[in-house]
Design a protein around this ligand. Structure first.
Ligand code: FAD
Ligand code: ZN
Length: 467
């Protein structure tokens, strides 16, 4: 064991440092696109230990890859294959440090699993609204480092909008004590917002103070079948008009994405007959169950009469509501099971989405007959997961090797022409770094690089990612 690892072991003890052995769970990413080799895995149990790790890395010039639940989709949380990068896992830092009910806030450590934070908030009679399909494994630190979105952004915003304060360890091992329950604080540059979404390239998030909300009195979920994406957009407008802030979820799934679920996960019930687009709507009502139901039924009746909805089903109980949501959330799982695919996590003005999808579907069908577009996502946020899968019978790896860059170029050109973003919620990581360098506003890119140089001049924090 070299001097660096020996010093780490001294700081972290046996449980805090894994050297050799099977580290595959830390070294390979969720999608199985990136297989890496770590120098070792450091597992600090406190902020002070994280600071000690960073001081040693700084002194010995060892690059560091921070990792939470390792559910990231852009290759940002796993080491490269050099065997030189230290993997810094935050998963032992999983304490909820406190809940301040009067301030409607919760402070937790970075390694807390998202679902456990939701449970802690519910235990105090409150709602922590951040919610995504990976919530059983992803961590608060990873959510903030990627500025995660998910299914409740429409009403509550993404991770950034839910965060009040951060505790961060710098590359040189200093601790920034920025935990704060303040909703107003104009004392200069917003460091919190700088670290949120920085994907582990500027500092290590060790804890955060997050906003809580009152639990809704009632939550209703429905599925609606639409003949076109234009109809789905019309339904969104109607739902906003009728339900206002009570509209907490508006997700869409194209025919191919639910057909894929039927193939890969045949045990899942699909309550509505196949439609061009299936919408999942959720309404969370602060008044009462009766009020919620009458708003929801009125809205769907109007939509059925007006013709933007062909068929609809309201979940009759919590189990059914969960099953509706699970159907939506199982699409990425079905895709992972079916093999590699080309993922696009794009955002556009909602008004531009039907035109984009019509154009791209036609372009791709002409480019490679039989190609499958698994298109689903958060229409209410203008965010689609426009994923492209090989035609039946074509091996996924060959398909990616032959077509990924050409397809990306077509999709991202069309997104850019309409003023959209090439990453709505998953981040840049390794997967989209080149793309970002080509497509981001040059002045913005220069400012981002200047910030990176100022905070991490030796390029030790997650090198080769993002910028
Ligand atoms: P990791 O994957 O471990 O890390 C992600 C990035 O953050 C890496 O760059 C890593 O270096 C950095 N990082 C992690 N922890 C820290 C820390 N403490 N300090 C500094 N940097 C850190 N994302 C969405 O936004 N919306 C979705 O709806 C969504 N759905 C998903 C569904 C599935 C099935 C899966 C597998 C993923 C989904 N994701 C989604 C992506 C992913 O779950 C989120 O990005 C999540 O926030 C990552 O958290 P994590 O703890 O797993 O982070
Ligand atoms: Zn998503």
């Amino acid at each position: 064991m070299n001097a660096f690892l020996a010093a780490l072991r001294e700081q972290l003890g046996e449980a805090g440092l894994l050297v050799g052995g099977d580290l595959a769970a830390y070294e390979n990413d969720w999608r199985k696109r990136y297989a890496g080799k770590a120098l070792a895995v450091a597992r600090p149990a406190s902020t002070e230990e994280v600071a000690a790790v960073m001081r040693l890395c700084h002194e010995h010039r060892v690059p560091v890859v921070p990792q939470g639940g390792n559910t990231g989709l852009v290759g940002g949380s796993t080491p490269d294959d050099s065997g030189q990068q230290l993997l810094l896992s935050l998963t032992r830092m999983k304490r909820v440090r406190g809940i301040d009910l009067a301030n409607a806030s919760l402070t937790a450590e970075a390694g807390c699993v998202l679902a456990e934070i939701q449970t802690a908030a519910a235990g105090a009679g409150m709602l922590f609204p951040l919610s995504l399909a990976a919530e059983g494994s992803c961590t608060l630190g990873g959510n903030l480092a990627t500025n995660a979105g998910g299914t409740q952004v429409l009403r509550y915003g993404n991770a950034r909008e839910l965060c009040l304060g951060l505790e961060v360890v710098t590359v040189a091992g200093e601790i920034w004590h920025g935990l704060s329950g303040l909703r107003k604080d104009n004392t200069g540059y917003d460091l919190r917002d700088l670290f949120i979404g920085s994907e582990g390239t500027l500092g290590v998030i060790t804890a955060a103070t997050m906003k809580l909300y009152p639990q809704p009195k009632e939550r209703l979920t429905a599925l609606a079948a639409c003949a076109s994406l234009d109809d789905a957009v019309a339904l969104l407008g109607l739902a906003r008009e009728r339900a206002g802030d009570a509209l907490t979820g508006f997700e869409v799934m194209n025919r191919a994405s639910l057909a894929l679920v039927a193939r890969e996960l045949p045990q899942l019930p699909q309550p509505l007959p196949a439609a061009a687009w299936t919408v999942l709507l959720e309404l969370s009502d602060a008044e009462s169950a009766e009020h919620a139901r009458s708003v929801f039924e009125g809205l769907l009746e109007t939509a059925l009469e007006g013709g933007c909805v062909q068929d609809a089903a309201i979940a009759q109980n919590i189990q059914q509501a969960k099953a509706f949501w699970y159907l939506r959330e199982s699409i990425p799982l079905a895709q992972a099971q079916a093999g590699l695919n080309i993922k696009h996590d794009i955002s556009l003005p909602v008004s531009a989405i039907p035109g984009f999808v019509a154009e791209m579907d036609a372009v791709l069908a002409a480019y490679l007959p039989g190609i499958e577009v698994i298109d689903f996502g958060h229409l209410g946020d203008g965010n689609l997961h426009y994923n492209v899968q090989a035609p039946a019978g074509v091996a996924a790896a060959e398909f990616l090797a032959a077509h990924e860059s050409a397809i990306n170029e077509q999709v991202y050109d069309a997104v850019q022409r309409r003023g959209g973003s090439i990453s709505a919620e998953h981040g840049i990581g390794r997967l989209k770094r080149e793309e970002l360098a080509q497509r981001k506003d040059p002045t913005a890119l220069a400012l981002m690089r200047a910030i990176k140089r100022a905070l991490d001049p030796l390029d030790l924090l997650n090198p080769g990612r993002l910028v």
